[in-house]
Design a protein around this ligand. Structure first.
Ligand SMILES: [Zn+2]
Length: 405
């Protein structure tokens, strides 16, 4: 029993049972179902380096060769512990003996990683990050945020691709690949924009018949790598441009009357970022990391009107289902969640404000894409600063996102 608990702790697994039912009837009789909770990004200090080949799978149930399999070294056969199928070892395992084991059979390596580069297996694409930055915040908050972002950029893996979207009354998509001069595409914040409209307005070019070498992931879906490289640049190449864009970044310049809230088009900004990723890097690991400093008041995901006489919905209003913008906003974010899931992309949210920002409406898009939410009262608060750093930093406390988004 103690040994079983040790193994659970080592592998980041918790099981309801430590034996499997032997028959269907036994399985039916179990009041507590056979189940396991697994921790996907748990750090393993003693894990061996990834094996440079693909795992060996059971012929019948596709489970993977592991230390719990019974191995017949003379007959070169292994027996699957799940379905009892007898599997022959392939020829490259011919030298296997009791004291010449492949790493995946070592009793201590109950968790192991494989590196599969063979054609057909997914090749390793660079991680992609789009920062979506709210500029409707006071100067002090903006400077806190800028300094944290600059630090984060310094921690990014060199090969990762970076994009930047800023928003307030309008959405700005920054063209980081445009030499030394800052250039941005501007979109209205009041109306959602489709991927097709976005592509047309940003004058993306379709892939040439024979793409140049060094094509970035999305090129296979019709966009030329030149188009993609205008908005998503390797961290090593854009650090300077990105830092200077951030340095120049100003508070949203549109005047806010004393009886009104700032015009903040959070939903359209997130939608633009999602469509940009969908166009450039569909199906490859990408995250939208949004930094939001207040309630959305513009566009389909608005949670409150601009008029300060209308209070922001409270927990009570949500409970009583009397928040007037709630259903419309949730419907929008459900659509965004669907788009992101389809593209294979993640939405992370850093909501840093004393006021509400609308996580109740937005959370569906974060939850369904496996993103994370960090709530703090200010971009100057250590909860925000430390959490952001841990996303990109590798080490014991990292959130494990930089290498495998
Ligand atoms: Zn099997």
């Amino acid at each position: 029993m103690a040994e079983f608990l040790d193994l659970e702790a080592q592998d980041g697994v918790r099981m309801a049972w430590n034996v499997l039912p032997g028959t269907k009837q036994e399985a039916i009789n179990c009041v507590v179902p056979v189940s396991a909770i697994y921790t996907p990004i748990k750090p393993f200090p003693n894990m061996p380096p990834p094996l440079p080949y693909a795992p060996l799978r059971c012929r019948t149930c596709r489970s993977v060769l592991n230390p719990f399999c019974i191995v017949d070294f003379a007959a070169k056969i292994w027996i699957c512990p799940f379905c009892f199928q007898r599997n022959h070892f392939p020829p490259h395992y011919a030298s296997i003996t009791d004291d010449n084991l492949p790493a995946e059979l070592f009793p201590q390596y109950t968790t192991i990683e494989y590196h599969c580069d063979s054609p057909g297996e997914r090749s390793s694409l660079p991680p992609v990050f789009i920062f979506v930055v709210d500029t409707c915040i006071i100067e002090e908050e903006l400077s806190f945020l800028k300094s944290s972002l600059s630090q984060a950029i310094g921690l990014l893996p060199d090969n990762s691709l970076i994009g930047l979207v800023t928003f307030g009354t309008l959405v700005h998509v920054h063209e980081l690949g445009f030499g030394q001069i800052p250039k941005a595409y501007v979109f209205k914040g009041s109306k959602d924009i489709s991927k097709e409209q976005l592509l047309e307005q940003m004058s993306f070019f379709l892939k040439k018949p024979k793409p140049a070498t060094g094509v970035i992931a999305g090129a296979r879906d019709g966009l030329s790598s030149e188009s993609i490289a205008r908005f998503l640049l390797p961290a090593s190449e854009c650090e300077f441009v990105l830092s200077s864009v951030l340095e120049e970044l100003q508070k949203d310049p549109w005047p806010v009357p004393a009886d009104q809230r700032a015009t903040r088009c959070t939903s359209v900004a997130l939608s633009v970022a999602a469509s940009l990723l969908g166009a450039c890097v569909p199906g490859s690991g990408a995250r939208i990391i949004a930094f939001i400093g207040g309630p959305s008041t513009e566009g389909p995901g608005a949670i409150v009107s601009k008029n300060l006489s209308e209070p922001i919905r409270s927990h009570k209003d949500l409970d009583k289902d009397s928040a007037p913008h709630y259903h419309k906003a949730v419907k929008f974010y459900e659509g965004l969640a669907k788009q992101l899931v389809h593209q294979g992309h993640v939405l992370d949210l850093f909501a840093c404000a004393l006021d509400q920002v609308g996580v109740a409406e937005l959370k569906v898009a974060v939850e369904r894409t496996g993103g994370l939410v960090v709530l703090a009262e200010s971009f100057g608060h250590s909860v925000f600063k430390d959490s952001l750093r841990r996303i990109f930093q590798s080490g014991e406390n990292d959130l494990g996102l930089s290498s495998s988004p």
